[in-house]
Design a protein. Structure first.
Length: 179
């Protein structure tokens, strides 16, 4: 059995059909084992004998639509994938804080970036500090106030087949998978 996390895009915990209990129920109905959720933003942990990630993503995306009536890009990583990200240490000595927001954006497919990291978009309060073939790491300076437009910038540059998590959430997910 392999441990996986399904990272769902656009989950609104206030929507009854997107509640953690419903997400877990769908995963159990699909035959997955050790199903659990981490916080209420679409982080579904499970174990499966299926090793083809594309198949897992397709099955879950179909199940959200058919069982719960919503669409959600679903991106799957295994425990080793997350361990490799933590080991990479993409943020160096930076710590997630109210002034410094550390974000990992996961892509469903290989990324074709049209910039080199680190990259500071002109006039933006965030910087892309690194990347892998399927993730980018960004740091937002929240001290200027207002809401940075990082998410819309990511959608414009990378498309909608992405889902982002804070570095703290990635660590929480991995801790839950390891524990």
């Amino acid at each position: 059995m392999t441990q996986y996390v399904a990272l769902l895009r656009g989950i609104a915990p206030s929507s009854p059909n997107m509640a953690n209990s419903k997400l877990r129920g769908v995963a159990r109905d699909l035959g997955f084992d050790e199903v659990q959720t981490v916080i209420s933003s679409g982080n579904l942990l499970f174990e499966s004998e299926i090793e083809v990630v594309d198949d897992l993503e397709t099955r879950l995306e179909s199940a959200w639509r058919e069982s719960l009536g919503f669409e959600s890009t679903t991106i799957i990583r295994n425990r080793q994938d997350l361990e490799a990200l933590i080991d990479l240490g993409p943020f160096g000595d930076l710590a997630h804080s109210p002034k410094t927001y550390l974000l990992v954006t996961f892509a469903k497919h290989r990324l074709a970036l049209d910039f080199e990291c680190p990259y500071q978009p002109p006039g933006k309060a965030f910087q892309v500090v690194g990347s892998t073939s399927r993730e980018i790491f960004s740091v937002t300076d929240t001290t200027p106030g207002g809401t940075p437009d990082l998410m819309s910038w990511l959608d414009d540059r990378l498309g909608k087949q992405i889902s982002s998590r804070t570095w703290l959430t990635v660590s929480r997910i991995l801790n839950r998978m390891s524990g």
